[in-house]
Design a protein around this ligand. Sequence first.
Ligand code: NAD
Ligand code: IPM
Ligand code: MN
Length: 352
Amino acid sequence: TTNHRIALIPGDGIGAEVLPPAQQVLDVMARRYGFNLSYTSYGDWSCERYLREGAMMPADGIDQLRDKDAILLGAVGYPGVPDHVSLWGLLIPIRRGFRQYVNLRPIRVFEGIDSPVRRARPGEVDLVVVRENVEGEYSEAGGRLNAGFPDEMAIQETVFTRAGVTRVLDYAFMLASRRTGRLTSATKSNGIVHTMPFWDQLVAERAASFAQVAWDQEHIDALAAKLVLEPARFDVVVASNLFGDILSDLAAAVAGSIGIAPAANLNPEREFPSMFEPVHGSAPDIAGRGIANPLGAIWAAAMMLDHLGHPAAARDITDAIASVLAKTDTRTPDLGGTATTAEFTEKLIELL
Ligand code: NAD
Ligand code: IPM
Ligand code: MN
């Protein structure tokens, strides 16, 4: 039987509460489809470890993950450790070290979810944010100067490279051509002078190779409004690192809760493991109460199975997500219900 080596990094807060449900669902699929998942758990790679040992993961952490077929991550970040320390000590090194330059974030409005947006009707909203994941606004270029003086300053440079932008655009155009053939580029070339016009230029260049894709570009501010007003209009939305981050939480909220949205951090060339995680963070405000919505993590697990060559198993999982919402009123509090994480997971597994 096919064996897949999976690294599990639960992380902090609700990260550790939503990974076991995802693993339960994966195990049902492994039995049904006759493949094997061998897990290695990195349970202590977390803010707690940082406070104890001064690092989120061991010095050779990236090397420990290198031989895995995929990584499933909960979330990192917890009060007491500055976010830039926890994230740059674990999540971001994995995305960069393994050249996971595509961050794929699908959004659907499922039947049975009350979207806060009246015009986001079930079935009509089915879009995917393709987020550039390793450069852009999240660069290491810049610095803090003149600490403590009146002329103290912080500089953060945005870095767009031709190669880096082109490869994520190609992924997005390809994806659009396999879906409805529509692509929207999120930009801000009316306000950001150097990088965004370069992004736009590269979009126009790559579009020439994908004649079957109807594309347009929207300024990020206007796009944010349109995603709320007319979410059904969009299919593939391609965006820089920071814009894609913001749009994916926005679109998830339009779909009812950021607790349901998944993310696939892909190394499309498969030279390195890809990483799958919910879009949301460690949610310290609800951590420890057993009420986190597990659907984002479970959907991320489905994306992982698809990536590992089990599309039917992935579809079973997304079908079960759709059924649990359409056919039952079991829901976690973020979706207006009273179920716990465990009860919601159990109901979903019944329908799987
Ligand atoms: P967050 O996503 O953790 O929480 C935002 C809000 O959404 C909170 O009110 C939270 O309770 C709610 N929420 C999130 N996920 C939910 C779920 N599954 N079910 C129900 N409600 C849910 O974002 P934040 O508050 O900005 O960040 C908290 C911490 O998480 C910070 O340390 C941040 O840096 C970190 N973070 C980590 C990741 C990651 O590891 N990939 C992603 C985002 C944020
Ligand atoms: C996400 C998160 C991270 C990001 C943070 C925590 C660094 O918000 O995965 O969406 O911005 O990439
Ligand atoms: Mn985010």
